[in-house]
Structure formats: structure tokens, C-alpha cells
Design a protein around this ligand. Structure first.
Ligand code: HEM
Length: 462
């Protein structure tokens, strides 16, 4: 890999980790604002929430993009088509990020959920994305042989993010914004596809990491891998149907959307599980951090699946809809599934062996996340019960939630501390790492199998 493009790809990862830590910090502030109103006057909840959500979404995208720029030349077997554009993209993303944070601090909003910043700041995001699209397709064009599932996932996720992002801004055109039902439908259809498109990038990344660790190219070309791709794509198109209830969509469509999103998780868990079983059979001894994070993502997929199954039962949904259980679902999947997979990738790129400190950070992060998730579910269940079954005023109901909200805020601090440890170590590794990638001359027929020889600056046994 060209040294400069490798550096730019790592630049994306460094800024992704920075966005994660800052985003999580605003999350901690927001959680304590639930317990002690006005605890941080300088950043009220109306600012801490969008700061939190935009920064953690930026983490997901930047970590996935950094991974794509990093792995792509190895997968395609050719250098990136335009390495300089990676730098332009990185600088554009950083400057836009700074402008977004500044606009939030100044109280200038104007956008909608996830993108609450003034919509004009979306222009550099779109330009940067076009550069990524151009570089991606111009590079993979040089690849020989059929595409493995992860390339299809990345290609689809990249194209659909752009489409969805533009669609999510259609409300700026008067005709869409002047009819409430049409406005809501278009908006939530776009958001359903938005999460679907970042899931494609993240699931594709998980397959690449598994392939790189095991050196086995077959799973990413298997039927299960393409089934995951097909389900992910269908979920991207129809997932919105179970995200928004006020939109008068047909029941069968909603049920289909539920079914597809859950089957998608089952297939993902199965692929990771099979990969782990093969790895365990072939290797003994301590597991790498990437291996541990993939294991964690498998567990979190199953936990979130159980929760999703429960809240999709209409009699239960009646109580849970719009409560903290929805937040548990959102954060359970963005932290438990997306973040753990992306950490597996970051650790792989950073050559993150499982040092003792890393293992402590990992245990703290996952343990605290379990309490965090359970506290949100507890808060949501109590709120749903009192709201539906009693006539108690809102204030009294919120008092019943207090123990759970305290649990949420305390464990949220634990999640933050775990992330700080993991991020700090990953950043040190990323900065220290020098790598040399060798594209194997004996590429197997029809597949672009590559060997990577990382020259690690090992810091001793982990
Ligand atoms: C470090 C610990 C964290 C804390 C204490 C925390 C806290 C919060 C709080 C207070 C909210 C607002 C909930 C509300 O509107 O009532 C929120 C929303 C959200 N957080 Fe976090 N968060 C943390 C980490 C993360 C991370 C790492 C991610 C993703 C990578 C994440 C993703 C989200 C998302 C997607 C929402 C929007 C949920 C929704 O609207 O349903 N959070 N978080």
C-alpha cells in the first residue's frame, strides 16, 4: 500500500476514535442531565443530545470509511486510484465536523434528527462522499474475478448512503414539507435506509476482518454471505416500515420489515459464530482483540435480537413504544453491534493484540454496556406500564424511573471509561504502526486472495 494513502486511511480512524470519545462524553453529560436537570448549564440537553448523536454517527461512518480506504488496495490487488483524494476527503470531513460542532455550540440548528446542523453543511459531506465513490469504483475496476459479498455490501452501502442523504433533505423543497403525512413518510423512509446503508458498510467490514484474520477467502463467497447481503439490501429498502408507526403503511409491509431485519441479525450471528468455531479449532492460545470484539458483537446481536423480538409483539409494543426501550434498541445496536465490529477492524489495522489493559478496557466496556442497556430497558418498562395502566401525571411517573435513570447514568460513565481505555490504546497503536503490505503473486484463480505481512512494532506479549 502506498504510504501516504495508508496514512490518510489511518487519519480517518484517528478522527473516528476522537469523535467517539467526544460523542460518548456528550452522552454522559446527557444521561446525567436526565438525573440532575441543569447539571451542566453550559451544554443543555438541547445541545448535548445532537452533539452526542452526530458525533457517534460520525464515528460509525469515519471508522467504516477508514477501513474501506485501508483494505481496498489489498482486496483489489491494485493501489487506490486517487490517493490524494483520500486526503481531500479527510480534510473536508474534518472541517465540516468542526463547523457542525461550532454551529451546535452556538445554538444554530436547522436540520433534522442525526443531522441537526444547518443543512448547508451537508454540501461538503456530499462532495466528500462523491470523492469516496469515485475512488472506490475506479479502484475496484482493476480487480479481477467475481466480487466477494463484502464488496457488494460496501458498493451498495456507499451508493445508497448518498441517495438516502439527499432524500433525507427533500423536506427543504416546499412540496415535500407542506404535507405532514408525505413529509413524515419520506423522512423516515430515508432514515430507515440510512441505518441500512451504514449497516452494509459495517457488516462488510466484519467479513473483511474475518477473512484477513483467518486467511480464508471462502466464507465471504459463501451462500450465507450473499444471503446476508440480500437481506441487508432488502432491509435497507424496507426497514423504514417498522421504524415509524404514525405513517399509515400496510401491516404486511411492517411485518415483512420486522421479519427481514431479524433474519438479517440471525445470519450475521451465524456467520461470526461459524468463523469463531473454525478459528478455535485451528488455533489455541490467547485470542486477538479483533477476535474478542467479533465475539462481543455476536453476543450483542443475540441480545438485541431478543429485545427486538419482544418489542415487535403488538401487545408489548403498546407499552414500550417511544419509551427508553427504543433508546436501548438504538444504542444497543449502534454500540453493541456496530461499535464492536468497528473496534475489531480498528484493532486489526492497529495490530491490537490483547494486552492486559486492553482486556480490562474490553471487560469494563462490555460489562458497563450490559448494565446500561438493562437500565434503559427497566426505565422504559416502568414508564410504559405507568403511562398505559395509570392516570398518574408525567412528573410522578418520571419519579418512578429515577433508580433506573441513575443506573443508566452511572453505567454510562463505565461505558465511557471503557471506551477511553480502548481508544487510548488503539490510538497509540495506530500512531506507532508501520506496515508493509505485500500483494501475493500467486493469486488464486477467480479470487483476489492477498497476503498481508504487517511489520508490527510489537509491544511485548499480551
Ligand atoms: C458512553 C456512554 C453513552 C451514554 C451515557 C449515552 C447517552 C445517551 C443519551 C442520554 C441519549 C439521549 C436519549 C434521549 O433522547 O432520551 C443517547 C442517544 C443515543 N445514543 Fe448514546 N450514549 C452513550 C454512548 C453511545 C455510543 C457509543 C453510541 C453509538 C456508537 C450511541 C448512540 C446513540 C444513539 C443512536 C442515540 C439516539 C437514540 C434515539 O433517539 O432513540 N451512544 N445516548
Amino acid at each position: 500500500m502506498h504510504r501516504s494513502e495508508g496514512l490518510a486511511a489511518r487519519g480517518f480512524l484517528v478522527f473516528a476514535l476522537g469523535a467517539l470519545v467526544c460523542g460518548a462524553l456528550f452522552g454522559v453529560i446527557g444521561s446525567w442531565q436526565h438525573v440532575i436537570p441543569g447539571v451542566v448549564d453550559a451544554v443543555p440537553f438541547v445541545k448535548s443530545r445532537p452533539l452526542h448523536v452526530s458525533l457517534v454517527v460520525a464515528w460509525i461512518f469515519m471508522a467504516a470509511i477508514g477501513g474501506i480506504y485501508h483494505y481496498l488496495p489489498q482486496i483489489a490487488g491494485v493501489p487506490l486510484h486517487a490517493p490524494r483524494l483520500v486526503w481531500v476527503h479527510l480534510v473536508l470531513f474534518m472541517l465540516t465536523g468542526l463547523a457542525v460542532i461550532t454551529s451546535y455550540f452556538m445554538g444554530r440548528f436547522g436540520g433534522r434528527e442525526y443531522w441537526e446542523f444547518p443543512p448547508v453543511l451537508g454540501i461538503p459531506i456530499v462532495i466528500g462522499w462523491l470523492l469516496l465513490l469515485y475512488n472506490f469504483f475506479a479502484t475496484v475496476r482493476g480487480r479481477q474475478g467475481p466480487w466477494p459479498a463484502y464488496l457488494w455490501m460496501w458498493a451498495t452501502g456507499l451508493v445508497f448512503f448518498l441517495f438516502t442523504y439527499l432524500e433525507a433533505h427533500l423536506w427543504l423543497i416546499q412540496r415535500t414539507g407542506d404535507n405532514a403525512v408525505r413529509d413524515l413518510t419520506v423522512q423516515w423512509k430515508a432514515y430507515g435506509a440510512l441505518t441500512g446503508s451504514w449497516n452494509m458498510l459495517v457488516y462488510g467490514t466484519s467479513m473483511v476482518v474475518m477473512e484477513r484474520i483467518s486467511g480464508n477467502a471462502r466464507p465471504a463467497r459463501s451462500r450465507a454471505a450473499f444471503l446476508l447481503y440480500a437481506l441487508g439490501f432488502t432491509n435497507l429498502l424496507f426497514g423504514w416500515a417498522h421504524h415509524i408507526y404514525p405513517v399509515p403503511s400496510a401491516t404486511w409491509l411492517r411485518m415483512l420489515a420486522y421479519g427481514i431485519s431479524m433474519t438479517e441479525w440471525i445470519v450475521l450471528a451465524r456467520i461470526i459464530h461459524q468463523w469463531r468455531a473454525t478459528m478455535d479449532a485451528a488455533h489455541s492460545g490467547p485470542r486477538s482483540m479483533s477476535h474478542r470484539f467479533l465475539f462481543a458483537s455476536e453476543v450483542w446481536v443475540l441480545l438485541n435480537l431478543a429485545l427486538a423480538l419482544l418489542i415487535s409483539i403488538p401487545a408489548i409494543n403498546l407499552f414500550t413504544h417511544g419509551t427508553h426501550i427504543t433508546v436501548a434498541h438504538a444504542m444497543g445496536s449502534t454500540i453493541g453491534i456496530n461499535t464492536t465490529i468497528l473496534f475489531a477492524s480498528v484493532c486489526f489495522i492497529a495490530n491490537g493484540h490483547a494486552t492486559r489493559t486492553m482486556r480490562i478496557g474490553f471487560a469494563l466496556f462490555n460489562g458497563a454496556l450490559a448494565l446500561f442497556w438493562l437500565s434503559l430497558i427497566g426505565a422504559g418498562a416502568v414508564k410504559g406500564w405507568y403511562t398505559v395502566m395509570t392516570d398518574l401525571p408525567f412528573q410522578t411517573i418520571m419519579q418512578q424511573l429515577r433508580p433506573f435513570l441513575i443506573g443508566f447514568a452511572v453505567s454510562g460513565f463505565g461505558v465511557f471509561a471503557g471506551l477511553m481505555v480502548l481508544t487510548g490504546l488503539a490510538l497509540r497503536r495506530l500512531n506507532a504502526r508501520e506496515e508493509k503490505v505485500v500483494v501475493s503473486p500467486e493469486r488464486s484463480k477467480g479470487s483476489a486472495e492477498v497476503r498481508i505481512s504487517p511489520v508490527s512494532l510489537d509491544e511485548g506479549p499480551m
